[in-house]
Design a protein around this ligand. Structure first.
Ligand code: GLU
Length: 554
């Protein structure tokens, strides 16, 4: 029997139910009809129930690269590892994409979020098993793959032997026991119902290396793969290596954008493309988001860092745009300058460039996220702040949601403070901070707090404070405009022996009890219970005469 015939027989014996040919799928999924420079990218998460912020980071880059080139961005659920799958994992991924505004052009048909289910589906790998088996059968027929009947124990023994001989572990060369098994041996194993995997018959040479141009990392040196890696597992599901190659080819992906943990297996992937006789897409391997710990950098860890999960951001109530802008800032350092130059553009218009992505990995910095978020919220109208806070509170803080709904107009006035100014207030970074930060506006909360006398300027006595509070109560008029309001505090300061400007106070401190800032601080603390607040004049206006006078009782 020629080896070609024998290979065909082996392929039929192993996969008797696979009758389609690779050509059938190639014609079922013809090349996409897109403009020449259009890029096709995908997000391929596994539905494990944990969505890492790094996943959203690569999804964001993939989405922008596709849509900024008039291309296609789709979602493919990589659910071939059934042991790691959780039941609502797919829905969670879809919701997160929706939440982050990362719109997919194609995706799993069953999920309503994908407006266009797409012609390149199914978009769940578990529904594409026959496709992988067809391509695996093709490799078997060509003698480029073979069945391996090694048990777990046998593989473990092999690994130990390699380890004790200080040899690189793996299934390759003389260690690959089943690599050259003939038809008879395979037939016997099948008759005995011994489970098998299908392995790649690697032609790689460990000593050979070549240069690869990665769109994010630049030129890198990679070593050929000589491991006979598994393509199809014993449960008939493909490995990631094989599935993504087959899928990215049939689904017309032009740019694979993924985490750089996959860089080490790139030689395997390029080899599979070569064996299948198809052109590999472009690859961009993205460095992970790093964290500084005890002076050294490490990856954000699912186990140790709550901020590695997207749920962390939803729970804290960061506006989606804040997270997106923060991630864009990590992706391309030019984002900040762009934002400064275009303060009111949608972040969608920022052109993401793969070649500008940090090669070594960017440090994650929650303070930076807060600053970006304060900026983002400062540009929102009071109505937007109200609606978004309410949406967040409805699912995360029911009590606060009720307070907001019952006091809508009052809250809108609170959120309007310093909002329409040239330099709007930048005090909120997330919706979860708002309840505490505006609590003093509500009498029930304010009364609980009890003004802390340590907050008053240290050098003032109780008598001084009493005097300021009483005198101010006598002259306070709700209808005063900002200038009159301030003039009044200055005049009052002078009449009580405080300098009406700080310069005078600095020139001769002994001539005064303090300065106008001290007087204003006493009023601020009395009215709000805090030393730092937005504009006191506006706060008093929102509180109204009755509340202000009630609070000015020392
Ligand atoms: N399922 C893979 C992962 O979750 C996808 C990697 C890729 O994008 O190719 O890491």
């Amino acid at each position: 029997m020629t080896s070609e015939l024998e290979n065909k027989k082996i392929a039929d014996l192993l996969l008797p139910n696979i009758i389609k040919k690779t050509g059938d799928y190639i014609s079922k999924y013809p090349p996409r009809n897109l403009p020449e420079d259009a890029k096709v990218t995908r997000f391929g998460p596994s539905p494990t129930g944990f969505l890492h912020i790094g996943g959203i980071y690569t999804a964001l880059i993939s989405e922008r690269i596709a849509h900024q080139s008039d291309g296609v961005f789709f979602l493919r659920i990589e659910d071939t590892d059934k042991t790691r799958e959780v039941s609502n994992g797919t829905a969670q991924i879809i919701n997160a994409l929706k939440e982050f505004g990362l719109s997919t052009d194609e995706g799993p048909q069953s999920e309503s979020i994908c407006l266009n289910s797409g012609k390149y589906g199914p978009y769940k790998q578990s529904e594409r098993v026959d496709i992988y088996l067809t391509f695996a059968k093709h490799l078997l027929e060509k003698g480029l793959a073979y069945p391996c009947f090694c048990t777990k124990d046998e593989l473990e023994t092999l690994r130990k032997e390699q380890e004790s001989n200080k040899i690189r572990p793996g299934y390759y060369g003389k260690w690959a026991r089943h690599r050259d098994a003939g038809l008879k041996e395979i037939e016997d194993n099948l008759k005995n119902n011994i489970p098998f995997v299908i392995r790649l018959k690697s032609d790689g040479v460990e000593e050979n290396s070549f240069v690869f141009s990665d769109l994010a990392k630049g030129k890198i040196n990679v070593t050929e793969n000589n491991n006979d890696i598994v393509l199809i597992k014993a449960d008939s599901y493909p490995t990631y290596h094989f599935a993504h190659v087959v899928d990215d080819f049939l689904m017309g992906v032009t740019h694979v954008i993924r985490g750089d943990e996959w860089l080490s297996s790139l030689p395997i992937h390029l080899q599979i493309f070569k064996f299948l006789g198809i052109k590999a897409p472009f690859y961009a391997h993205i460095s992970p988001i790093l964290k500084l710990e005890n002076g050294s950098k490490r990856k954000l860890s699912k186990r140790k860092d709550p901020e590695s999960s997207v749920d962390f951001y939803f729970e804290k109530g960061y506006p989606v745009d804040s997270i997106i802008e923060y991630l864009l800032n990590i992706a391309n350092s030019g984002f900040e300058d762009w934002r400064r130059g275009n303060p009111y553009f949608s972040n969608m218009e920022f052109p993401v460039k793969l070649e500008k992505i940090s090669k070594s990995g960017a440090l994650f910095d929650l303070n930076k996220l807060d600053n970006i978020s304060k900026e983002v919220i400062s540009k929102m109208t009071a109505e937007e702040v109200f609606e978004k806070t309410l949406t967040w509170a409805t699912s995360h803080n029911k009590n606060f949601a009720n307070i907001l709904t019952e006091n809508r107009d009052f809250c809108l006035q609170i959120f309007s403070i310093e909002r329409n100014d040239k330099k709007p207030r930048k005090d909120f970074a997330s919706w979860s901070e708002i309840e505490e930060s505006i609590s003093y506006f509500f009498d029930s909360k304010f009364e609980q707090v009890k003004v802390n006398s340590n907050l008053f300027p240290e050098h003032l006595t109780d008598t001084d404070i009493q005097e300021i509070v009483d005198s101010y109560s006598n002259v306070y008029q709700e209808e005063n405009n900002r200038d009159d309001w301030f003039e009044k505090i200055k005049t009052l300061s002078e009449s009580l022996g405080y300098a009406s400007n700080i310069k005078d106070f600095k020139t001769s401190p002994d001539s005064y009890k303090g300065h106008v800032g001290d007087v204003a601080m006493v009023l601020r603390v009395m009215v709000t219970g805090k030393t730092q607040t937005p504009d006191l004049y506006e706060i008093m206006n929102v509180l109204g005469k009755e509340r202000v006078l009630k609070r000015l009782k020392f």
